[in-house]
Design a protein around this ligand. Structure first.
Ligand SMILES: [Ca+2]
Ligand SMILES: [Ca+2]
Length: 65
C-alpha cells in the first residue's frame, strides 16, 4: 500500500501500487494516508481528494480540453 487510497488489488489494473502519485481517483475507496503533493501546488493529495480538487497535471490537461 502506498497510501493513495486505492487498494493494491485495484491498482494492479492500471496503476503502480508502490507509487502514491499513480492512482485513479475513481478507484479511491479507502482512507488516503500518503502526504505526497503530486502536482506540486502546495496541497497534499489527501486534502485534494477530500476537497474534490485537481491533484495531477494529467487531470488539469483533461479538463482544459
Ligand atoms: Ca498507487
Ligand atoms: Ca497538490
Amino acid at each position: 500500500m502506498d497510501g493513495d487510497g486505492v487498494t493494491d488489488a485495484d491498482e494492479m489494473h492500471r496503476n503502480d501500487p508502490n507509487d502514491a502519485c499513480s492512482y485513479n481517483v475513481a478507484d479511491v475507496t479507502v482512507s488516503v494516508t500518503s502526504t505526497v503533493d503530486c502536482d506540486g501546488d502546495g496541497v497534499i493529495d489527501a486534502d485534494e481528494i477530500a476537497d474534490g480538487t485537481i491533484r495531477t497535471m494529467r487531470v488539469v490537461m483533461i479538463q482544459q480540453v
